[in-house]
Ligand binder design. Structure first.
Ligand SMILES: Cc1cc2nc3c(=O)[nH]c(=O)nc-3n(C[C@H](O)[C@H](O)[C@H](O)COP(=O)(O)O)c2cc1C
Length: 181
């Protein structure tokens, strides 16, 4: 079988992001695969920036999603919803020619500082993806609460409950991606 390509999107930009740590754990669980990281440091959507087509970084970002056999989205919870950078990226991608997300297997996960784990962000993420008709896995839900305490110094998850949920989620994502050929 040819090597699968996994594209990752992290909705938090800060260097110490707990969602990025979680996302990188997902990459390790999904392996072996070619890993492409989608850079969400895009300009704010502005119709005046697309008179000559989408800006270069947007095209590059969309190409990485288009090339994916599977996508992992780590969605931080901001004020009970997804972060602005994630919504901005989805809006930009919708301006690129051709279907980018259609039928793409997608796994959503989240890590929060508090006890919620990001359930509301995950629900909002599903709604935000709906227009693009990807194949978002229904579960298992991976909601990492009190996330600052859930990773060791090497950025590895320490709680067996989360490790098992992530492992199952990545096995399902791999199976769906592989079945699409
Ligand atoms: C603007 C903002 C809004 C936030 N809103 C929520 C929230 O609604 N629910 C929640 O559980 N945590 C919320 N938090 C806390 C985040 O869960 C926490 O900062 C988390 O570490 C962010 O993800 P990151 O570590 O990947 O950057 C918020 C943080 C920020 C900066």
């Amino acid at each position: 079988m040819t090597e699968l390509t996994l594209t990752t999107l992290c909705g938090a930009l800060r260097a110490g992001s707990l969602n990025r740590k979680l996302m990188l754990e997902a990459v390790r669980q999904f392996e072996p695969a070619r890993h492409l990281d989608g850079d969400l440091r895009l300009p704010l959507y502005d119709g005046d920036l697309e008179t000559d087509g989408p800006p270069g970084p947007v095209t590059e970002f969309a190409d990485r999603v288009r090339a994916a056999d599977a996508v992992v989205i780590a969605a931080p919870e901001y004020n009970q919803s997804i972060s602005g950078v994630l919504k901005n990226a989805l809006d930009w991608i919708s301006r690129v020619k051709g279907p980018v997300w259609r039928d793409k297997p997608v796994a959503i996960m989240s890590a929060t500082a508090g006890r919620s784990g990001g359930a509301r962000a995950q629900y909002a993420m599903r709604l935000a993806l709906n227009p693009f008709r990807p194949r978002v896995l229904p579960g298992p839900e991976l909601l990492v609460a009190h996330a600052a305490d859930q990773f060791d110094a090497e950025g590895r998850l320490t709680n067996d409950r989360y490790i098992e949920a992530l492992s199952e989620l990545m096995a399902d994502l791999r199976a769906v991606a592989a079945s699409r050929g």
